[in-house]
Design a protein around this ligand. Structure first.
Ligand code: PMP
Length: 390
């Protein structure tokens, strides 16, 4: 009773701060349109960039292994959970990322925490981008190394901080490859040069870039033709299922297998899940038109909304933030979109800076051109009604 009262009090504070969260229930499989609260909505907020989450090949591969191996993996990889499917997927990921080896984690979140809590030691420093994902922030908090934040993708500031941290034993630059709220791409080419000049290591979180960026969808390393020391990725966005991974040298993978607590102490992914991801990588490698279609959707939306007078930020990625400004205006805008059958959330402080509230659109290869044009038309009509554009 006392316990619940205390929690109720804390929830009241959360509500008063405007930070109270609720969930929407999807009543259909993931796709470009879903049923929410009994109504069909076009989804412009999914991470299923390549449109594979509901692909027949992933489902069939998964079903087959589900029948063969059952639902769960029964233990951690180091005890009873390791199967040929885990190893097959790791080989596939290493080949896809063009690295010596790869290691699976149960999620991208846990992959970041595993890397950051195990590799940097006391006396080391982590240089972390101001807009890095929560899983990197939490990984830094769990690390024995200190953390220094540099301004978002500001290479001058990073260099300044590299100069200021020369007394530390080792320096690690840690960055998202594509930033989840701003859609910006980390300038990995410049970062690698700085790392070389100041003898630092680079850890990149390619959750939003894997299957999306680079000539073959291998991510930011391929996009910039560089090889960071640690490449983390997720299976839950463009690869359509669930799980995380780290790709890199044999030594890196062997080290994580022995020291990353989120690897050692977690139950392995279900084998059927691994089979789905093997099928997803096959599709990413063979169906290059998916990525081309996805990126042409991005181009169309960005250029049309910019021409209309919207402030559209970010680089050429499937994350398209449209700045509205005031938090309440952004909520009204998102409600109007919902009214017109489009689900795209308003993102407000503290997730983003004050006066930078936005509609965060994400686009997938599964959207039809008619969906894209309907979205653009809705932005035209709502923007004029609400005086966001003239
Ligand atoms: N890194 C980034 C940049 C992300 O956006 C996310 C997911 N939102 C993660 C890591 C975590 O990945 P997962 O969902 O596989 O845990």
């Amino acid at each position: 009773m006392l316990f619940d009262q205390w929690l109720r009090g804390r929830l009241y504070q959360t509500k008063r701060a405007g930070l109270y969260r609720t969930m929407r229930t999807m009543h259909t499989a993931p796709g470009s349109s879903v049923i929410i609260n009994g109504q069909q909505k076009l989804v412009f907020s999914s991470n299923d960039y390549a449109g594979l989450a509901n692909h027949k090949k992933l489902i069939d591969a998964s079903k087959e292994v589900l029948n063969e191996c059952g639902c769960g993996s029964s233990g951690s990889r180091l005890i009873t959970g390791n199967t040929a499917w885990h190893e097959r997927l790791e080989d596939k990921l290493a080949a896809f990322k063009k690295t010596e080896a790869a290691l699976l984690f149960s999620s991208g979140y846990l992959a970041n925490i595993g890397v950051l809590s195990s590799i940097p030691e006391k006396g080391d420093v982590l240089l972390s981008d101001a807009l890095n994902h929560a899983s990197i922030i939490d990984g830094c908090r769990l690390s024995s190394a200190e953390t220094v934040i540099y301004n978002h993708i500001d290479m001058d500031d990073l260099e300044e901080k590299l100069k200021e941290t020369q007394s530390y034993r080792r320096r690690f630059i840690v960055t998202d490859g594509v930033f989840s709220m701003d859609g910006t791409i980390a300038p990995l080419d410049q970062m690698m040069k700085l790392a070389k000049r100041y003898q630092a290591f680079v850890i990149v979180d390619d959750a939003h870039a894997t299957g999306v960026l680079g000539e073959n969808g291998r991510g930011t390393s391929e996009y910039f033709h560089v090889v960071p020391d640690v490449m983390m990725g997720t299976l839950s966005k463009a690869l359509g299922s669930e799980g995380g991974f780290v790709a890199g040298s044999q030594e890196l993978i062997e080290f994580l297998l022995n020291h990353a607590r989120t690897f050692i102490f977690q139950t392995a992914l279900p084998p059927a899940n691994c089979a789905a991801s093997v099928a997803a990588i096959d599709l990413i490698e063979t169906q290059t038109e998916r990525r081309k279609k996805l990126l042409s959707h991005v181009k169309e939306i960005k250029s049309c909304l910019s021409h209309m007078g919207y402030t559209v930020i970010g680089d050429h990625t499937p994350i398209i933030p449209v700045i509205i400004g005031d938090a309440q205006d952004a909520v009204v805008f998102a409600d109007e979109l919902m009214e017109k059958g489009i689900y795209a959330p308003a993102i407000r402080p503290p997730t983003v800076a004050p006066k930078e509230s936005r509609i965060r659109l994400t686009v997938t290869a599964n959207h039809h051109w008619s969906d894209i044009h309907y979205l653009i038309d809705c932005f035209r009509r709502i923007g004029k009604e609400l005086n966001v554009i003239s």
